[in-house]
Design a protein around this ligand. Structure first.
Ligand SMILES: O=C(O)CCC(=O)C(=O)O
Ligand SMILES: [Fe+2]
Length: 318
């Protein structure tokens, strides 16, 4: 296959794009074969234990705990830097956001047997936990409804209903049911303690219901779709789409590991007037943070961009 045919094949088709605009998500899409994914995850899992070059090395929390110290490991782990620039991902994201793309955040989302599901939520400015907008689209003021970010959630292990797959409500991306300027209080003791509409769920120590615009509203769970995925598949969705996950009710070693990469076009301002973030009971300095130009070029220069990992290896945009 020539590279030009491959490029045409990787972009979203007209039908896929139409479906994305209607439903707010597209997928599952295959990025890696299950064997390739196994190999990548095996290496990443081992390398993640070495935090000596991590952007936020303060606390050794391992990748068992979803918290801010596990943000942005693509900045020090080469395979993750390659993942966020993978053409199978970024060419599809470019079909939606345009050719010039920044990856501004990655996060591990593990669910181990016994873990609660993730609360239903939507994120637009990402002020949800930190209290301060983390994204500002051109022309958007801090209180407006903006466009959020595109999240590419890749199943690093198989993701099933039993081990806590992602759920979404198709078409819910254009109306925010949550007000990110409201406050949520963090309480570690809340983890694994609540059942919401019959499902054990929480938001990693927060209760996302605290942000509801209407405290009496309930998500329409009958409309929810459970996104089961083979390892190596991903789903692309607006962060403003209603999303959640099921609890992991499996036993033994059946954990699911999601890896979320978040993209915006280069015109967006990331972390405006912010030098640190406080979320999930921790605080990190953004001194080592930089966006990665994952595709195309940066004609705006609004944001700090790095072309190397924190270990000094080159990062090559697609
Ligand atoms: O994996 C999960 O449970 C939640 C993922 C999520 O909220 C996200 O990727 O934005
Ligand atoms: Fe989310």
């Amino acid at each position: 296959m020539t590279s030009s045919t491959e490029r045409t094949n990787i972009a979203l088709s007209a039908d896929e794009l139409a479906s994305f605009h209607k439903n707010g998500y597209i997928g599952p899409l295959t990025i890696y074969s299950p064997d390739e994914m196994d190999q990548i995850w095996k290496t990443v899992r081992r390398e993640a234990l070495d935090r000596s070059h991590a952007a936020y090395p303060e606390v050794d929390s391992g990748i068992g705990a979803p918290n801010i110290f596990n943000y942005d490991r693509h900045l020090d782990i080469e395979l993750l830097a390659e993942h966020v620039c993978n053409r199978r991902i970024v060419d599809r994201v470019a079909s939606i956001l345009g050719p010039d793309l920044l990856c501004w955040r990655t996060e591990f989302f593990p669910k181990y047997p016994g873990d609660e599901g993730t609360d239903w939520h939507q994120a637009d400015t990402f002020a949800n936990a930190s209290g301060k907008p983390q994204l500002l689209w051109p022309g958007e003021s801090e209180d407006d409804f903006g466009a959020g970010t595109l999240t590419v959630w890749t199943a690093f292990t198989e993701s099933t209903r039993e081990n806590g797959c992602l759920q979404i409500i198709p078409g819910s991306q254009n109306k925010m049911n949550y007000d990110e300027t409201k406050h949520m209080d963090y309480n570690e003791g809340r983890i694994n303690s609540e059942v919401k509409d019959g499902v054990p769920r929480g938001f990693f120590g927060y209760d996302y219901r605290q942000l509801q615009v209407d405290p009496h509203w309930r998500p329409n769970e009958e409309d929810a779709v459970s996104l089961t995925m083979e390892k190596g598949q991903c789903v692309i969705f607006w962060s403003t789409l209603m999303h959640a996950s099921l609890p992991n009710t499996a036993t033994g070693k059946n954990y699911r590991m999601g890896f979320a990469s978040r993209y915006v076009p280069t015109k967006v301002r990331i972390y405006p007037d912010t030098d640190h973030i406080e979320e999930y009971g921790g605080s990190i300095s953004l001194e080592n943070w930089a966006a990665v130009l994952a595709r195309g070029e940066d004609r705006f220069q609004h944001n700090k961009i790095t072309s190397k990992t924190l270990k000094g290896t080159p990062i090559r945009p697609a």
